[in-house]
Design a protein around this ligand. Structure first.
Ligand code: NBP
Length: 269
């Protein structure tokens, strides 16, 4: 039988999973990495995870056997059927009191349903919003865990060590029962997308109404970022407008704000 060495397992070695594992490793946690396509486990262990305490598994059985008890397993895969698929495969491998955490962007009603499903099996379930993208996952995300509160004492230290800090306060606390974590993440995303829509409407008015060029608009966003509107989105908008592609045109990066600016360019704002 494998030695129970890992504090937590993380399923899903795409951008979010890999970065969160490296973040956990930096904070002293031993993580067992697993992915559906197991070649990615080997690739990760041989590259980014080389010379760390991170261990890997090539099957869910092997992963579960490497975990300290109560077992803590975080899933960070595409929301929807992939999450249900892993939960169904994990249930027969786990013991009462073990904890499954879904850190993806799951729909909160799915999380409510999964809480009920796992409560019937004596397992604990947490649905956690994770915010901050790739950079956040690596160096400090905002975490919004909710679900079965009995799980919180077992995951609190891990979550509050890896999350972002605001004036040394962790950007992570228990947000409530059932699908509360994913509900909060949904509201958070709604605010973020509303904010991006406002930025794009401001761009549209400045460009088509006032005839301003990108440098002039960038100056306005830079000024806005020094006052009440100081925020990540206003800051990157100022930078996007300042950026010149090699042909001198507007930034063509693959991000939401750039693609919306292009929608304005094409007259379909
Ligand atoms: P993706 O959302 O691109 O998912 C890729 C992962 O899902 C891989 O591990 C892949 O395994 C696995 N997967 C897929 Br796709 N279909 C599967 C299936 N049917 N069965 C089992 N595994 C499957 O990864 P991500 O961008 O790292 O995001 C992970 C979660 O975090 C998502 O829910 C996302 O919405 C959320 N999130 C993302 C961000 C961000 O900035 N990217 C921010 C906040 C939250 P494979 O390698 O075998 O194909």
């Amino acid at each position: 039988m494998a030695e129970q060495v890992a504090d937590i397992a993380l399923i899903g070695l795409a951008v979010m999973g890999q970065n969160l594992i490296l973040n956990m490793n930096d904070h002293g946690w031993v993580v067992c990495a697993y992915n559906r396509t197991t070649e990615k486990v080997d690739k990760f262990l041989a590259s980014e995870a080389k010379d760390t305490k991170i261990v890997g598994a090539h099957s869910l059985q092997e992963m579960v056997a490497k975990l300290k008890k109560p077992r803590r397993i975080m899933i960070l895969v595409k929301a929807g059927a992939a999450v249900d698929g892993f939960i169904d495969k994990l249930i027969p491998l786990l013991d009462k009191g073990d904890i499954i955490i879904d850190g993806g962007n799951s729909e909160y009603q799915d999380t409510q349903r999964r809480c009920q499903q796992l409560a019937e099996k004596g397992l604990l379930y947490v649905g956690s919003g994770v915010s901050g993208g790739e950079e956040g996952a690596r160096f400090g995300p905002s975490l919004m865990p909710g679900g079965h509160k009995e799980a919180w004492p077992h995951i609190k230290d891990i979550f509050q060590s890896i999350c972002a800090k605001s004036d040394s306060e962790p950007c992570c606390d228990w947000v409530g029962e059932d699908g509360a974590g994913h509900y909060v993440k949904m509201v958070h995303n709604g605010i973020e997308y509303g904010d991006m829509q406002l930025i794009c409407e401001a761009y549209h008015l400045m460009k088509t109404g006032l005839g301003m060029d990108c440098d002039e608009m960038s100056e306005v966003f830079t000024k806005w970022n020094q006052g009440e509107l100081d925020s990540f989105l206003i800051e990157i908008t100022a930078n996007i407008l300042k950026f010149k592609d090699t042909d001198g045109t507007l930034c063509q990066q693959d991000c939401v704000i750039c693609s919306r600016f292009y929608a304005v360019e094409r007259g379909c704002s």
